[in-house]
Design a protein around this ligand. Structure first.
Ligand SMILES: Cc1cc2nc3c(=O)[nH]c(=O)nc-3n(C[C@H](O)[C@H](O)[C@H](O)COP(=O)(O)OP(=O)(O)OC[C@H]3O[C@@H](n4cnc5c(N)ncnc54)[C@H](O)[C@@H]3O)c2cc1C
Length: 293
């Protein structure tokens, strides 16, 4: 804090360094989360502010057209009016309010990468003739490299769209749903893009055919905005907490809803799996298995 002659806060002096900032070398405005006496707080800092120093542009595996650079802050003075929300210590709360949305955004990056790779694979499989028939006619090929990915992509897309609709309709606190969508869709997108290289054989390995670029671009989605492992931790902590808080009601409600659907929809079968998951969580909690994690 920097105080004026009456002892009022007139600004802040910020020090620190952050690796890997998207647009870190080219941004006009920086949103910085910094520790203040009352806790983490967001500040807006303009490009060119004394002490704000972007580092070198990173040479990356994928998304090579996107700028990534470290940013260093050395005694950067920020006036009090640049404190976002005007109150110290609400930074993490503010971040949490957008995570449902931003995680979903990255979920769609991963999903779109998988979809575009799959489209190229389908086109190739319909054209490429080996041993007298097209690849699209060989089950050893389609059932390994196309069908599982197509199914997982549709499931990830359905879930991502459902969460998007809930956010658009004004529902709040969808951070866990955002984590589930990000974890699922980005892992599916990355795996599909990886299979895309295999599915084009030698051509898949050649830059001109693009699937290798899609794979390199897809990978970042499982890393930034919280890695897959961190999403798993969030999902596990919050779903376990919700299961305990509702004494199993969270998942049993979901299970009951699905069990009333017609058998051929698959709903009752999923309902039984959810029931089992619920029992497992409650037993694990009772035996304190979750404590040693
Ligand atoms: C291209 C790019 C752009 C980025 N853009 C931004 C940006 O604009 N703003 C920003 O703030 N950040 C940005 N990042 C940073 C990014 O979010 C982090 O790199 C990412 O969250 C991982 O953190 P880390 O690099 O410190 O890895 P580490 O934390 O060192 O993780 C290494 C490995 O350990 C695992 N791990 C870590 N902790 C745990 C745990 N508790 N349990 C299990 N496994 C764990 C991770 O999942 C990972 O697999 C960007 C990164 C890249 C590469």
């Amino acid at each position: 804090r920097v105080l004026d002659e009456k002892g009022q806060i007139k600004g802040y002096r910020i020090n620190g360094q952050k690796q890997f900032i998207t647009n870190g070398g080219v941004a006009d405005l920086y949103t910085i989360l910094a520790d203040t006496p009352e806790g983490p707080s967001f500040f807006i800092i303009e490009k060119g502010t004394k002490g704000l120093q972007p580092g070198k542009h990173e040479d990356k595996h994928g998304i090579r057209a996107s700028d990534t650079a470290p940013v260093t802050l050395e005694d950067v003075y920020v006036p009090a009016e640049n404190l976002v929300g005007g109150v110290e210590g609400i930074g993490l709360k503010q971040a949490n309010r957008v995570f449902g949305y931003t995680r979903l955004m990255v979920a769609t990056f991963g999903l779109a990468a998988g979809m575009s790779s799959l489209e190229k694979v389908i086109a190739y499989a319909k054209e490429r003739v080996q041993f007298g028939t097209t690849l699209a006619e060989k089950q050893g090929y389609t059932h390994k490299l196309l069908v599982p990915n197509a199914v997982r992509i549709e499931a990830a897309r359905a879930y991502t769209e459902e969460v998007a609709e809930r956010i658009d309709s004004g529902e709040e606190d969808l951070q866990v749903e955002g984590s589930i969508a990000k974890y699922f869709a980005t892992e599916v997108g990355d795996a599909t893009a990886n299979d895309g290289i295999q599915a084009l054989g030698g051509y898949g390995y050649i830059r001109e055919y693009e699937v290798e670029k899609i794979k390199r671009d897809a990978k970042i989605a499982t890393i930034f905005e919280g890695t897959s492992e961190i999403q798993q931790s969030i999902i596990s902590i919050f779903r376990l907490r919700e299961t305990i808080r509702t004494k199993g009601g969270f998942y049993s409600g979901m299970s009951n809803e699905l069990s009333s659907l017609p058998e051929q929809s698959g709903g009752p079968m999923v309902a039984r799996a959810i029931w089992l998951l619920n029992e497992l969580l409650l037993v694990a909690r009772k035996l304190k298995v979750t404590k040693s994690q």
